[in-house]
Design a protein around this ligand. Sequence first.
Ligand code: HAM
Length: 423
Amino acid sequence: MKEIRAIRGTQDILPGEVERWQRVEASARDVFARYGFREIRTPIFEDSEVFVKGTGDTTDVVEKEMYRFEDLGGNDITLRPEGTPPVVRAYLQHRLGQGRSIERYFYSGPMFRYERPQKGRYRQFHQIGVEVLGAESPRVDAEVITMAMQWLAELGVSSLALKLNTLGDEETRVAYRAALVAAQAARLDELCSDCRRRHLTNPLRVLDCKKPGCQAVIAAMPMIQDSLTPAASRHFERVRETLLDWNVEAEIDARMVRGLDYYRQTVFEITSSALGAQDSLLGGGRYDGLVERMGGEDVPGVGFASGVERILLAMPDEVAPAVADVFVIAFDERSVDTTHRLVHDLRRAGVRALTHAYGGRSKRAQTKAARRSEASWQLVVGPDEIAADRYTLKHMADGREEVVSGSELPAIAAQLVRVTATS
Ligand code: HAM
């Protein structure tokens, strides 16, 4: 029979590796809570309309990367390629912004894009992201950016760089679009076929093309900065001043447009040189107008999402924690029942206890397993220990011993384990 394997572009996250994921998630919860964010969980699949309207029907994500299908009831379904439109959908559906409050949400979970898999790029990947709805102040842009930088720094991600740009407001966009269309029309025959199509549907997307022929044309195109309205300029200035004030270093990347259509004003990306070609750890920006386009009122928004797989690639390696605190070894077959009883008592007392005394395993084999488990304490249960009701807990690193009775064991082990964990 052919071996059954995980689908291309998806990955199993195995024990040993999953602990690093948990650390990234726990750190996000910790840092984001300091900034007043609460978790939101939306479904993994949505009506395709959420993304066609939200992400934008002329983006690469919607045009070529969606896992979109008709379900058995004839509904047009899409596995979420990103988290922002579902959060806005939930915000509207549950009327979460009533009274025009500032809402702060974070989310964590799998996203799906039919992209060409490579290192750091998958078809099922995981994002941790945040959205702030109801705040138009540039200070909030600076706040989410600062929070993202702080989180990644606390995780020990090395060589972080923050890239910042503005796409201007709606008025800027209309003016810039016209300038781009004119510039592209003059050199249309030099553009690739994708870009000739984008020129008509979404001229801004041409700026993202990586093909060398298009790059030459792009370099000569007008800059968005030349079309900024005074209000849009002021917004961006305030973001930059606030970041400067908070000692967050940013590099202006005037050509950065980001791949999704809803962005207005501030856009940003955080990269790490510890990564290869897929160096974007996190990206986001302001999306004033999206809530309205999705059927709500004119509520401003700003947020970001990070790629967990990429963060893990850029994070220092750590030793996986031991799977047990105490490993209990049965000296012989006669000691197996007591061994299991003690393991059970330890677990009930909150100690992570493990044994391999499942019959037919020699003391030597069990000792080997104990070493592999990296448990900090070992306990050997034999006929002598059982007869005397004296058990010796041995600390594997420093050889220290604690002799206890069977009834004392759980409480004393619990205490020792806690001390070891905090020392
Ligand atoms: P995005 O730039 O499309 O933005 O994705 C954010 C991050 O997700 C990227 O920086 C990258 O780390 C990760 N990512 C994207 N695609 C893949 C992939 N195929 N494999 C691995 N990682 C990937 C958004 O999704 C917006 N919703 C962010 C946002 C939130 N903007 C405002 N609020």
